[in-house]
Write a protein that binds this ligand. Structure first.
Ligand code: PCA
Length: 201
């Protein structure tokens, strides 16, 4: 099986994004091939970059990964909503307010990844995980929505979805207020556990 695995680049003044750092290190599950892609934290461009890779590689599944500062667990996302509402600018200065991602799109798209089994697999690996019911309203939610919107129309049957990961301790060490974090090797292990579910399915 082939899996496109994406991670966002640093944003919001950070110098690293644990999502891309982890994606670079994740080992493919037995019998699977991983295609890794660094995605710009930019509205619109991120969807185009991921769909370009999907059209080129025709994978069995697409798993996008992003940073969720403030979360202490690895959180597969259940749902993406059709709204872009940014509290900070993206990496090209875009800051949409209450804008639909796809003007004629459905209000929400559900992940087509086995999200609950992924949560169980991450926990079984000894790491904190829970199912999230909101991917926010910034670039991550927008990418997840755009991915699922396009997959349902162009590649029905191809699985897709999103996983948010915590900050790493090196990021938490640079700020005054307490931010939960998980060391990078643990994030990598958690993502490997999640992907193993896909390979076993
Ligand atoms: N996290 C942001 C965008 C890029 C990333 O890694 C988000 O949760 O929207």
């Amino acid at each position: 099986m082939k899996i496109v695995l994406t991670g966002f680049d640093p944003f919001g003044g950070e110098s690293v994004n644990p999502a891309w750092e982890a994606v670079k290190l994740v080992k493919a599950p037995a019998g699977a091939e991983l295609i890794r892609l660094e995605v710009p934290t930019v509205f619109g461009r991120s969807i185009r970059a991921v769909m370009e890779s999907v059209r080129l590689h025709r994978p069995d599944a697409v798993v996008c990964v992003g940073q969720a500062a403030g979360r202490g667990e690895i959180t597969p996302e259940r749902v993406a909503i059709n709204i872009a509402d940014a509290s900070i600018p993206d990496n090209e200065g875009n800051q949409p307010c209450d804008e639909p991602i796809v003007p004629d799109g459905e209000n929400a798209c559900f992940s087509t990844l086995p999200v609950k089994a992924m949560v169980e697999a991450i926990r079984a690996a000894g790491l904190p995980a829970s199912l999230s019911n909101t991917a926010g309203t910034f670039v991550c939610n927008q990418l997840m929505y755009g991915l699922l919107y396009h997959l349902s129309r162009e590649f029905p049957g191809m699985r897709g979805g999103f996983i948010h990961v915590p900050c790493i301790p090196e990021q938490a060490a640079r700020v005054e207020k307490p931010v939960p974090s998980l060391p990078l090797p643990e994030i990598v292990r958690g993502l490997e556990a999640a992907l193993s579910v896909l390979a076993d399915a």
